[in-house]
Design a protein around this ligand. Structure first.
Ligand code: SF4
Ligand code: SF4
Length: 420
């Protein structure tokens, strides 16, 4: 389908966009189509990526007749409140190396590729998702992002949520206020009143999405896992921008297929089982999974924001009788259950990793930090100690979006897997 007219209406730089889209099919083929895969339910997710700048962008443009399209960069931004305000939330974290040089024209090279690519995607006018959003919601998590909001605010309307650094009583209070403030801001900005019923409905939709992902991940606890790690990663990545109800249905269908596959007693492949943890991995950053899974091991779970942190634990609706109760439950779910390295201390993440290693019967941990992602790079030391105390082998990897380190990564990862 020719999307030129749509791209022109969004102000896309057509030539640069063609260059960007030229690289994606090859990468997709290499990572997804050149391997054995027998799950029919994956074809939906493959087709979404194959048409990544097409049908969904069109849907979002159409949605603007009903409500706003809002972009975010972090899983702390509560999707429930955006949905209740008739909005559509789109995850704007950028994972393509193509955008990094554009970002480096504006910000220093020694920033993480996620931030540079995000700024580059907007600045180069080559990402229709950046072009379609009415508002971007940032959050004060890591230092790089805090300062990136100032750059973005020159290019797009921004709203920034403040974040505590510590999960203390005071920190929880600050976050509860910020969640309320976001709700008030969206109501005013888009002249849309958020009622108890609309919020409850939105919570149920997001809870259903999380439950579907949980159901899919549960099947990965089996040996062998019925779905490859790279396919599971792709499914989670698509959750950040797909239509929530259709996505939930498709994830449930895929989970059911995986459950049936497990019951069919397919043979154990004897491959080592890996937990991947660290910085988020956003589309099309499939590098580490691809290397691990073509080096003789399976990634069976991801403790990161494009893995379990995204969907673990639902917002409680028990005993909530007012909008204020629901907002409090939303704020509790986000602050208590997402253990991001931006918090100090962050002991919850150590516990999460140990529990996941046990539940998913992992043979080893691959700890992945994006280059210059200081919080995750520093936190690796604590996780290494905890892993050692529990006799779980762990390797650390620092990488960006380029493919220049592919050979070196493969050598190190193969050696790690061989020694498990
Ligand atoms: S790693 Fe932290 S800052 Fe980044 S998306 Fe996750 S929660 Fe947000
Ligand atoms: S990957 Fe690390 S440095 Fe980059 S935005 Fe996320 S937390 Fe910040």
């Amino acid at each position: 389908m020719d999307n030129t007219k749509m791209y022109k209406s969004l102000g896309i730089d057509l030539d640069a966009h063609d260059t960007l889209m030229g690289a994606l099919p090859e990468l997709f083929k290499e990572c997804f189509l050149n391997k054995e895969q027998d799950l029919k339910g994956l074809s939906y997710f493959y087709s979404v990526v194959a048409d990544i700048h097409g049908a969904r962008v069109k849907e979002l443009i159409e949605h603007k007749n009903k409500g706003p399209v809002i972009g975010s960069f972090c899983i702390y931004v509560p999707e429930e409140i955006i949905l209740a305000a008739c909005g559509q939330l789109v995850g704007l974290c950028a994972g393509a190396d193509f955008w990094v040089p554009y970002g480096e024209q504006i910000v220093p090279k020694n920033l993480c590729p996620l931030i540079k690519a995000g700024i580059g995607a907007k600045y180069s006018r080559t990402c229709p998702y950046f072009q379609v959003v009415d508002l971007l919601i940032g959050e004060n998590t890591c230092d790089g992002k805090k300062k990136a909001w100032e750059i973005f605010s020159d290019m797009v309307e921004m709203y920034v949520m403040d974040m505590p650094n510590k999960k203390s009583e005071l920190g929880l209070k600050l976050w509860q206020e910020e969640v309320k403030n976001l709700c008030n801001f969206l109501e005013k900005k888009f002249s849309k009143s958020i009622s108890f019923d609309s919020l409850l409905d939105a919570i149920q939709k997001v809870n259903a999405k999380r439950s579907a992902l949980n159901r899919l991940y549960e099947t990965r606890k089996n040996s062998p896992t019925p779905i490859s790690g790279i396919d599971a990663l792709l499914v989670t990545q698509i959750g950040f921008y797909d239509d929530i109800e259709r996505y939930t249905k498709m994830v449930n269908a895929l989970a059911q297929e995986c459950e049936e596959k497990v019951l069919s007693n397919f043979k154990n492949n004897g491959r080592k089982r890996i937990l991947v943890t660290g910085s988020p991995m956003v589309v099309p950053n499939w590098k580490i999974h691809h290397v691990i899974e073509t080096s003789g091991a399976d990634v069976v779970v991801e403790e990161n924001c494009t893995g379990t942190r995204y969907f673990k634990d639902n917002v409680s609706i028990e005993n909530a009788s007012s909008k204020g109760d629901l907002l409090k439950n939303i704020s509790d779910r986000y602050i208590n259950n997402i253990n991001c390295a931006c918090f100090s201390p962050n002991r919850g993440r150590e516990e999460d990793i140990l529990k996941l290693c046990k539940d998913y019967k992992c043979d080893g941990i691959v700890y992945v930090s994006l280059s210059f992602c200081t919080t995750y790079m520093v936190e690796a030391e604590r996780i290494r100690k905890v892993a050692k105390e529990n006799s779980i082998p762990m390797m650390t990897v620092e990488s960006d979006y380029s493919f220049s380190d592919l050979g070196q990564l493969r050598t190190r990862i193969e050696a790690f897997i061989e020694n498990l």
